[in-house]
Design a protein around this ligand. Structure first.
Ligand SMILES: [Zn+2]
Ligand SMILES: [Zn+2]
Length: 59
C-alpha cells in the first residue's frame, strides 16, 4: 500500500492540463505499473492515454 510521493506537477496524460487539486482519475499502467493521471473530462470522453514510461496506450 505504499504510495510514492511525487511533488512534480501532475498532468493529465491525455490532454496535458494540470490536474492537481481536481478529482482526476489515478491508476497504474497495466504494463509497467507507472502511475498515470487522467482528468475527469478525458475520463468521461474515454480518451486514449499513453504511459510516458513504457509507451503503453489504452482506453
Ligand atoms: Zn485530460
Ligand atoms: Zn507503462
Amino acid at each position: 500500500m505504499s504510495e510514492s510521493q511525487q511533488h512534480a506537477t501532475r498532468q493529465c496524460v491525455s490532454c496535458g492540463i494540470n490536474i492537481s487539486g481536481t478529482n482526476a482519475a489515478r491508476f497504474k499502467c497495466p504494463d509497467c505499473g507507472n502511475l498515470i493521471f487522467r482528468c475527469s473530462t478525458c475520463r468521461k470522453q474515454s480518451n486514449l492515454y499513453e504511459c510516458d514510461d513504457c509507451g503503453f496506450t489504452g482506453p
